[in-house]
Design a protein around this ligand. Structure first.
Ligand code: GUN
Length: 296
């Protein structure tokens, strides 16, 4: 068997075209959607991600603020920045690039963010709604993965899915989204036992380890016909690669995402879509009136 390729670049391009149309529709209402990204410190991967997000926003006509701070920024100073953005009606979406430096408590910062501007879907309101099965703004990478599966008509109902990642950005929201769709989900992480056994019986594997030296998913670990979604990105032997040993897994799987060109572009496309939805909410259009119902 040779797996079919899940082409994230082309699906993401389609979503960006839809976003452009929505940006034009907002322009007719006198609204220019604006995304503010916040980067603290100089983590090279974070700089690359932020540059990509900024460029993609410009390409679809979303205006941006690009706030970059020195590693020494205090938690209090960052909270003040968030407060300012919460009350700035020209800013519709705010993304705080993670990880933050160790002296800043990520949860304190995210909790400060106004949920209607939380285009990453990480605030307690947005993650709570997702947990209740009433998604409002959902995290970009998990949402992008679901979009890819839908695009290729990969039916996840009743499927045994193994996720290797338990973070709030990927593993936990992805598990919620897949459970809502009727998958049987197992979430593994660095302390999980008998990972190989679990991998071998899974019909879909979503791997988001991001450390190729530490973990590589190879063909012998995969059940024949499994769907393989590679979310990991790391530099290995001088090359950017995912968690998956593409050549060996491709001969066993039914579908596979490449790295680059798989999940990564979808994360960015969904961020743009979430930003436009946030701008629609700001003018009273969309499903986020749900927030007012719940915020008292
Ligand atoms: N760091 C790695 N991926 C992401 C993401 O999707 N959002 C944020 N905020 N930080 C990240």
């Amino acid at each position: 068997m040779i797996a079919k390729i899940i082409d994230g670049l082309s699906v993401a391009a389609g979503i960006q075209e839809q976003v452009k149309v929505q940006v034009e529709s907002l322009a007719r209402k006198g609204v220019k959607p604006c995304l503010c990204t916040i980067l603290v410190g100089e983590n090279p991967s974070s700089i690359t991600y932020i540059n990509k997000k900024q460029k993609a926003a410009h390409d679809v006509g979303i205006s941006t603020k690009d706030l970059r701070f020195n590693e020494t920024l205090s938690q209090e100073e960052l909270l003040q920045v968030i407060s300012g953005l919460n009350s700035d009606s020209n800013v519709h979406g705010v993304l705080v690039q993670l990880p933050l430096p160790k002296h800043i408590d990520q949860n304190v910062i995210i909790n400060k963010l106004y949920p209607l501007k939380d285009v990453d879907g990480l605030t307690p309101f947005n993650s709570g709604m997702l947990m209740k099965g009433k998604p409002a703004i959902t995290p970009c990478t998990p949402t992008g993965i679901l979009e890819l599966l839908d695009f290729y008509k990969i039916n996840v109902v009743g499927m045994d899915v193994l996720i290797i990642n338990r973070s709030s950005l990927v593993g936990k929201p992805l598990a919620c989204l897949l459970l809502e769709r009727g998958s049987t989900v197992t979430v593994c992480h660095s302390k999980s036992k008998k990972l190989e056994e679990k991998l071998n019986r899974s019909e879909m594997i979503i791997s988001a380890v991001g450390n190729r030296e530490h973990f590589t998913l190879s063909g012998d670990m995969v059940k024949p016909g499994a769907v393989i979604i590679d979310v990991g990105i790391s530099r290995f032997k001088g090359k950017i690669c995912g968690d998956v040993d593409f050549d060996s897994v491709r001969t066993k799987a039914s579908w596979i995402t490449p790295v680059p060109g798989g999940v990564g572009p979808m994360t960015v496309a969904i961020l743009l879509r979430n930003t436009v939805s946030a701008a629609f909410s700001a003018v009273g259009i969309g499903n986020m009136s749900i927030y007012d119902q719940h915020s008292g």
